[in-house]
Design a protein around this ligand. Structure first.
Ligand code: GLY
Length: 429
């Protein structure tokens, strides 16, 4: 990092909010940050043992602020979308505690997809044609005459599972019905399907500047060949190979426009911006924005981060970010998710897990685990994110699959085609 080390605050105490694989990866990156001496995670997870003090508790604005005050932390990093949408950052700011993440108003970019699409339209950000609806009948009428395939999205937060790509009008009608059955005040976004490779660009943002991290590609359906129901994400490759032209367009036509647009509307964006993109014949288009690190993208991207994450977060909070502060190792990273049997509909909990001994340049991030006495067990849908770093993507995939094969987890679901979309082939050691 290009900063005078003497002026850097040292011995920082950092509180991380969340308890999944993304937060485990954030904690791991902080554990390598030379300015950090103490990490607390609420609620945290069993995988963080030895890196962070895990403190149980709700993720409400009041509870997180009280914990941050009681622990005297210098910085709070919020992982998941729900506390951001609930206003945790606003409460921390009001208490004078440096907090990395967007305010409640800025987190609408993720939390309200109808607002987010309207924002993109106002600022001419490339995205699919769409209409949004707050009532069932007009939504059904629109969906049933829309050219196929058509994409039906719940406008609210649904942990990455509120999107259906519909290949028949009957499917589209069902998806619309399902969204309005969830909540009376639901809103639905109906948009044109975009063809192309999908990728994720995460960017550190300080309210004015957006500095991208290496691009990644998630694999969102449960089954190989991109089939089956949507999940939170089943595996990631990083870097995803973007052309120089696409990289430039993403910066100038998307990231920079978001920063200017949000500032001009009085809601400057600070934190990590997640741009979910489709690389179409007309150039990169936005599929969705999220207001946080992706999960499992964070588990692939953050192990490559060489800069001090706490210093980057403080620079963003202070409006002092510059591109030369953000350094990543010129390596490749792969993540393979081990999910519980039954995921995403009804994941089985309580399945005993046995983990292999730690290996260099790899991590087993805990996404949904718990301790029953001494026994580690599954506790969520996505249970473990097995990550490996290597000089090439094929080698990283080979190492990640090899490590995943050593995990004891009866009935685990795992996609064996992570990286295949771009022609990557796991390289056997
Ligand atoms: N990996 C998808 C997400 O974080 O929303």
């Amino acid at each position: 990092m290009n900063q005078d080390p003497i002026s850097k605050p040292q011995a920082l105490s950092v509180l991380v909010v969340g308890g999944g694989g993304r937060e485990h990866a954030i904690v791991e990156a902080l554990s390598r940050a030379s300015s950090v001496s103490d990490i607390i995670c609420t609620p945290g997870n069993p995988g963080m043992h030895g890196m962070a003090r895990c403190i149980a508790g709700p993720q409400t604005p009041q509870a997180v602020t009280a914990l941050a005050q009681a622990q005297g932390v210098h910085l709070v990093i919020v992982g998941p979308e729900a506390p951001l949408a609930a206003g945790v950052i606003d409460a921390l700011q009001a208490a004078g505690i440096p907090a990395f993440g967007p305010t409640q108003a800025a987190a609408r970019l993720e939390g309200d997809k109808a607002w987010s699409k309207a924002f993109m339209k106002r600022h001419h950000i490339p995205t699919a044609r769409y209409q949004s609806f707050a009532a069932l009948e007009p939504a059904l009428a629109y969906a049933q005459t829309h050219p196929l395939p058509v994409v039906v999205k719940d406008a609210g937060l649904r942990a990455g599972k509120g999107v259906t790509i519909c290949h028949t009008h009957a499917q589209a009608a069902q998806a619309v019905h399902d969204i309005f059955a969830q909540a009376e005040d639901a809103q639905v976004v109906i948009e044109a399907f975009m063809q192309g490779q999908e990728c994720t660009v995460l960017a550190f943002c300080d309210g004015v500047r957006a500095v991208p991290m290496p691009a990644a590609q998630d694999h969102k359906t449960i089954h190989e060949g991109d089939t089956g129901p949507m999940t939170g994400g089943m595996g990631v490759i990083c870097p995803f190979p973007l052309s120089h032209t696409d990289l430039q367009r993403i910066q100038t036509d998307i990231l920079d426009v978001v920063m200017r647009g949000m500032a001009s509307e009085g809601i400057p964006y600070v934190g990590v911006l997640y741009a979910g993109l489709m690389l179409t014949a007309d150039g990169p288009q936005v599929v969705e924005f999220n207001a946080r690190f992706g999960d499992p993208e964070a588990e692939a991207v953050l192990p490559l981060l060489q800069s001090d994450l706490a210093q980057l977060a403080l620079a963003c909070v202070g409006g002092q970010l510059s591109a030369d502060m953000v350094e990543f190792a010129p390596q490749a990273s792969a993540v393979i998710i081990l999910a519980a049997p039954g995921y995403p509909a009804e994941p089985q909990k309580g399945i005993p897990l046995t983990l292999p001994v730690a290996q260099p340049d790899s991590h087993i991030f805990h996404a949904g685990t718990a301790l029953q006495g001494e026994q580690l067990v599954s506790q969520g849908g996505r249970v473990l994110a097995v990550q490996a770093t290597a000089p090439t993507l094929n080698a990283a995939l080979g190492r990640a699959y090899d490590l995943a094969a050593q995990v004891g987890f009866a009935g685990a679901q795992m996609r064996r085609d992570i990286g295949a979309r771009i022609g990557a082939v796991p390289q056997v050691q």
